[in-house]
Write a protein that binds this ligand. Structure first.
Ligand code: MN
Length: 200
């Protein structure tokens, strides 16, 4: 079954002023759609076309050489962006609580320290990529990946991904990636992150 871009779970302008409507329209309707179109074109009529993106990303080494990079980038783009839209909410921001909040305190000392680590990972990602909160099998960790790579390929479970591609922020923040990251924390949907954590 071909991949699709899911509708946003809120209006395009719902994350303003932190993330603007024009950025959301371009990011969701153009950039995410392009990953989906390229993934579908690559996977059509292969034995992989019904395999879900997350599973494909854990089995990249099994793909034919002529498909691997295209699928890595574009199935990655699909999986990462599906996660990303659900990781934000107009009711987001604040602090994680419950079991996730306790695990964050154990791993990092505080939610503020986690945010600081994510920001550093995002700012220091050279070029395009992502910063992630993951569960690495033993506990929580912050990592970053280039391009559309996802930590699941390395055996980690992604809980929260921060898109630091310029297309995620450039219309408003231009080169001020740190300011975008600060604003993004105001829309993080910690409830969704907590649900992913509960499934680890
Ligand atoms: Mn993106």
């Amino acid at each position: 079954m071909a991949y699709k871009v899911p509708d946003l779970p809120y209006a395009y302008d719902a994350l303003e002023p932190h993330i603007d409507e024009a950025t959301m329209r371009a990011h969701h309707d153009k950039h995410h759609q392009a990953y989906v179109d390229k993934a579908n074109a690559a996977l059509a009529d292969t034995e992989w076309e019904d395999v879900r993106p997350r599973e494909i990303l854990t089995r990249l080494d099994e793909l034919p050489d002529d498909l691997r990079d295209t699928v890595r980038n574009n199935a990655g783009g699909q999986y990462n962006h599906c996660m990303f839209w659900r990781s934000m909410s107009p009711d987001g921001g604040g602090e994680p609580d419950g079991a996730l909040g306790e695990a964050i305190t154990t791993a990092f000392g505080s939610a503020d320290e986690l945010k600081s680590l994510l920001k550093t990972a995002g700012v220091n990602r050279f070029g395009s990529g992502w910063a992630w909160l993951v569960h690495d099998g033993s506990g929580l960790a912050v990592v970053s990946t280039p391009n559309q790579d996802n930590p699941v390929t390395g055996g980690q479970t992604p809980l929260l991904g921060l898109d630091v591609w310029e297309h995620a922020y450039y219309l408003v923040y231009q080169s001020r990636r740190p300011d975008y990251i600060d604003a993004w924390f105001s829309v993080v949907n910690w409830q969704t992150v907590a649900e992913r954590f509960a499934d680890v």
